[in-house]
Design a protein around this ligand. Structure first.
Ligand code: GLA
Length: 369
């Protein structure tokens, strides 16, 4: 095989936010919007990259000599190649072109989709035999080392392991996972995109991670076996982290501990086909993300407020890392185009921004086209 075209999707996450890097549970699914990458072998060691949508190009003289580029889009590719070649020698360089219909900055993991498409495609083209879990780990490390975001594993995992019409319950401690059919009869998932991404998103993300680690360190003083917030309880938190002395760390940990339990309970709701109970938990998650974890923003809060008292909406919350991007909403079929229009109008009146919405369809993870 001399060339290949692969597709790797973006993701939604129903519940379990900011829990992945705390060894908790997440409930993501791959979506129809995806990154598509075409890769062909070269006879030399060069890498020729093309970002079709910008458009932009970059030539790297040798894959033996990779470093962070000024071109952010290129780092999602270079970062993955840097991971692969640490363990798997490449026989030659390659040409790679990437295009994507995942809105950037919408919290739908457009960068993870590119990383996964590149990892999946190179693995297939050069028959490297890397399993999907390792590809996900490599894509995650690329984000850490070349994009500077200390992300968890959820996005890369969902992009590679997604399954049509299923959500994935992933235990980020053991990396065990289960597929749940998402039976949405009479309901649908809709995303409202604030269209904004506040500048501090990446730096604040890394700060949240540190704050969680600080909480764990305080609990370890009394309970040395606690290695992450997954092992903690509210009782242990109350005992070890003084909310007056460490109010921020306390709130961050409290949110995460509650969200880990909430995600487990939400899966029981799903199994009972009780979307109303599930939806209530989504509202609770939003409360926690906004008031305790402090990763929401006025635009996201407004989008949740605007649907909260609508009888056709069973659940809504901000999704992903935060500071912009989308809200995810589970709505009844009675949620019509007219309702969507009214929400957009109300948002425009308050914020002066015209927003987009996306109807979600849940699709398979990365595939060769
Ligand atoms: C981003 C990260 C994920 C996860 C979410 C929050 O999408 O890439 O690893 O932490 O934020 O749940």
């Amino acid at each position: 095989m001399q060339s290949i075209i692969v597709k790797a999707p973006g993701r939604i996450n129903l519940i379990g936010e900011h829990t992945d890097y705390n060894n908790g549970f997440v409930l993501p699914a791959a979506i129809q919007q995806a990154a598509i990458v075409s890769i062909s072998k070269r006879t030399d060691n060069q890498i020729h990259l093309t970002a079709v949508d910008i458009p932009d190009e970059l030539i790297i003289e040798s894959f033996h000599n990779l470093s962070v580029s000024e071109k952010q889009w290129a780092n999602y590719v270079i970062g993955v190649v840097a991971q692969i070649i640490q363990k798997f020698p490449l026989p030659s360089g390659f040409n790679l072109a990437v295009t994507s219909d995942i809105p950037i900055g919408a919290g739908l993991s457009s960068s993870a989709a590119i990383e996964c498409a590149v990892a999946f495609g190179i693995n297939e083209l050069f028959s490297l035999g890397i399993d999907k879990m390792e590809l996900a780990n490599m894509a995650q490390k690329a984000e850490h080392e070349f994009a500077g975001v200390q992300c968890g594993i959820m996005d890369q995992f969902a992009s590679l392991f997604g399954k049509k019409d299923h959500v994935i319950l992933l235990d980020c401690q053991t990396m065990e996972y289960h597929y749940f059919p998402l039976l949405l009869e009479g309901y649908q998932i809709i995303l409202f995109d604030t269209g904004i991404k506040h500048e501090l998103a990446s730096s604040e993300y890394n700060i949240r991670r540190k704050e969680c680690e600080q909480g764990v360190a305080l609990m370890q003083l009394k309970y040395p076996t606690i290695s992450s917030l997954r092992d903690a309880t509210i009782e242990i938190l109350d005992e070890c982290v003084d909310s007056k002395e460490h109010p921020i760390v306390y709130n961050r940990c409290r949110y995460v501990i509650e969200e880990i339990v909430r995600t487990k309970n939400a899966c029981v709701d799903l199994q009972n086909n009780d979307l109303v109970a599930f939806g209530n938990k989504m509202f609770d998650t939003h409360e926690g993300l906004s008031n305790m974890y402090d990763v929401s923003c006025p635009e996201l809060d407004l989008l949740v407020d605007l649907v909260k008292n609508n009888d056709s909406v069973v659940g809504a919350r901000m999704m992903g890392g935060g500071f912009g991007g989308c809200t995810i909403n589970i709505v009844k079929s009675a949620f019509t185009a007219q309702t969507i229009h009214e929400i957009k109008m109300a948002f425009y009146e308050k914020m002066g921004i015209t927003i987009n919405h996306y109807l979600v369809s849940i699709e398979d993870g990365a595939i060769v086209l």
